[in-house]
Unconditional design. Structure first.
Length: 102
């Protein structure tokens, strides 16, 4: 069984016991979160599509940890002006484990 759920503006395909990285959430580590914006659910035989969401369907997940992605270097330069800027950015994510699809 699988589901496509909207989490923090991104659509993620999940199954029970999957570990997924999503944009950082304000939940505590070890807490359980519930997502009710389920777009699609299905298995090998049948799929149910919502318009836009399926009423009564939800996905429960456990927050495992908060992590940062690898550094992305941003370089800016204007030729013949002596302007050079080097910045780095690390996106923050939350790792969750899917516990229940309903």
């Amino acid at each position: 069984m699988y589901a496509i759920v909207e989490i923090a503006g991104t659509q993620v395909k999940v199954s029970p016991s999957d570990k997924v990285f999503v944009p950082k959430m304000q939940s505590e580590v070890g807490s359980t979160v519930k997502f009710d914006k389920v777009i699609l659910t299905g298995d090998e035989k049948k799929a149910t599509v919502g318009s836009p969401f399926i009423k009564g369907a939800f996905v429960e997940a456990k927050v495992l940890r908060h992590v940062k992605d690898e550094t992305v270097i941003v370089l800016k330069k204007k030729k013949r002006k002596g302007y050079r800027v080097r910045n780095g950015h690390r996106q923050q994510y939350t790792e969750i484990e899917i516990t229940n699809l309903a």
